[in-house]
Design a protein around this ligand. Sequence first.
Ligand SMILES: Cc1cc2nc3c(=O)[nH]c(=O)nc-3n(C[C@H](O)[C@H](O)[C@H](O)COP(=O)(O)O)c2cc1C
Length: 350
Amino acid sequence: MGLPASSCTRSLLPDLAEKLRQPFLIQGKEIPFRTALAPMAGIGHVAFRHWVRHFGGCGLLFTEMCNARALPHENPALSEVFRWQPEELESLICQIFGEDPDLMARAAIRIEKEGFFGVDLNFGCSVAAICKQGGGAALLRNPDKALVIVEKVRKAIRIPLSVKFRTGWDDNVKNAVDLARKLETAGCDLITFHPRVAPDRRNRPPRWDHIQKIKEAVSIPVLGNGNIFTAEDGLRMLEETGCDGLSIGRMAAARPWIFADLTGQLSEEPDTAALLLSMHAGYCRHYGELRGLRLFKKILPYVMAVYPFGHRMHAHIRAASHGEDLHMRIREAFATNPRPNAAPNGNLMV
Ligand SMILES: Cc1cc2nc3c(=O)[nH]c(=O)nc-3n(C[C@H](O)[C@H](O)[C@H](O)COP(=O)(O)O)c2cc1C
């Protein structure tokens, strides 16, 4: 069921692969690839990250967002989000959200103690449940408080500290540029910038020109994020914005091998149906049958978004009620060996 070379996404852009293979430094530590798995709640857990690492080419992995209040007491054997494999820690950054500087600092101390590469502060999530508690993008309305959090966390840990944030609550990028400068002064080592206004989720195109403004304002590395769907998008973002690396979310959910592909490490396009079966088995090993199936279904819209009748394939597979049923439905959906499109269908890529 392998795909013919003409329909695969394997990077034909050696320029891009070469740029992404130039190591860069964070706090003097060398990151071998200029690529990052963006934090994604419900998707970027340990079982999913296994596959990103399996294919390779990803410089930094971000966990899904973890609640800073809960994190100091989390049991990694039971937690869905605060769980990892020892071998991924050297490139794994744990993202936390919250609004209380002391609780954020306490969570960061636990993350450092567990041996993570770094701590990431979520100042960008615009989901109402997070913003109502004063966390995520709500902090962009209160940059002084955001800075107090950065300062407290910085004092509490020695490992790299990064911040992911967005343009703000209006389209004036000046506030984000000011904040970026202050983050650097406060000791932040890395920025991931998502150039959208809250509460826009992903329905309007990101303003990549704003990534350039952030990059020009600071000397710490800046990862650009938002709507990288193809190798051409990746190259264009690097060239247009001057950013130091690419942070990729949904397309990594669709194709965990995207980092290997973009960095020129992929020898053969994976057989998607076979990979999905293995991924589901891995999810069940980590989380048990019930949670494994529930988590597996979260990547399906992204995986199916690249197929011409993806919505139909998605509806068919999503209806599975247990593991065996799922495997049968995956085989049925891929029985005709559907060819992926170069770019995904926006309706499923939400
Ligand atoms: C399902 C899903 C969950 C997400 N969860 C988080 C999160 O926990 N923390 C965060 O900072 N951003 C989160 N994001 C935003 C992504 O990190 C990223 O900024 C966004 O998807 C745009 O990048 P992309 O176009 O490459 O997907 C999430 C996005 C998606 C699709």
